[in-house]
Design a protein around this ligand. Structure first.
Ligand code: SAH
Length: 241
């Protein structure tokens, strides 16, 4: 099984196209994931078109074409709850001059990502094992990132409590969502008031193959986050702000 390239779809949906080299690396990543997936269940999404849409297109759609990002700079980026490496790994391949931290609490997943980083020679990315609630308080990570990404980790207000402490003032958080309900937006706004963030914009997409609904929520950090956040492990999920 080989990944489709779909240059025209990249162009039509995001006004952007991957280079030959990026296509090669994505293919390599795909093959590595298929191989490991025979032993441990990393991802259910393994069919070529499914993988292309849900892991590649979706990961990139969240960060491409934003007029408030300084793409040429060496941005510091964190992917919180990266799982098998999404959205972080495809982004790491496309932006080799960015510095990525891939964070997950599951040691098994991080070990596998380390293998991928080695195989693909992605020297711009590092991994961290731990909980966002703990790592977000460490000096080397707190308020040091330009961009924080989070996909499929929890409710929006919980994601906000995980992401905001990592961002510099002026930095951007991206919540990768499917549907986007008014109530979620209200809850998120309540959380952001306490965390020092505000919603900049919400982008809506239809995914190019299956026409599923996607929303990307862009949050700007406007003030330092109180040391009270994130709260202890488990509390953000049990008692969302
Ligand atoms: N972002 C990936 C994986 C989503 S599954 C994707 O979209 O494909 C959610 C992942 O978040 C799991 O791998 C889980 O281990 C991790 N996770 C959940 N809560 C976490 C926390 N508090 N801190 C760090 N990682 C967390």
């Amino acid at each position: 099984m080989k990944l489709p390239t779909f240059e025209d779809i990249w162009q039509n949906s995001l006004q952007w196209q991957p280079t030959e080299k990026q296509l090669e690396k994505w293919e390599q990543l795909y093959q590595e994931i298929l191989l490991i997936n025979r032993q441990i269940n990393l991802t259910r999404i393994t069919e070529p078109q499914d993988f292309w849409e849900k892991h590649l297109w979706d990961s990139l759609a969240g960060v491409i074409g934003l007029d408030f990002l300084q793409y040429k700079d060496s941005l510091k980026v964190i992917d919180i709850g990266t799982g098998a490496g999404f959205p972080g790994l495809p982004i790491s391949i496309v932006f080799p001059h960015w510095k990525l931290t891939l964070l997950d609490s599951t040691q098994k997943k991080i070990k596998v990502i380390n293998l991928f980083l080695e195989a693909l020679k992605l020297s711009n990315s590092q991994t961290v094992i731990g909980r966002a609630e703990d790592i977000g308080h460490l000096k080397e990570h707190r308020e040091t990132y330009d961009l924080g990404l989070i996909r499929a980790v929890g409710e929006p207000s919980v994601c906000a409590e995980y992401v905001l402490p990592f961002l510099k003032v002026g930095g951007t958080g991206v919540l990768y969502r499917g549907n986007w309900e008014k109530e979620e937006e209200l809850n998120l706004k309540t959380a952001l008031k306490q965390l020092g963030g505000k919603i900049v914009t919400v982008k809506q997409f239809q995914t190019p193959l299956t026409k599923s609904i996607r929303h990307f929520i862009y949050i700007k950090k406007v003030a330092l986050t109180s040391e009270r956040f994130p709260r202890s492990v488990g509390v953000p999920k049990q008692k969302p702000l």
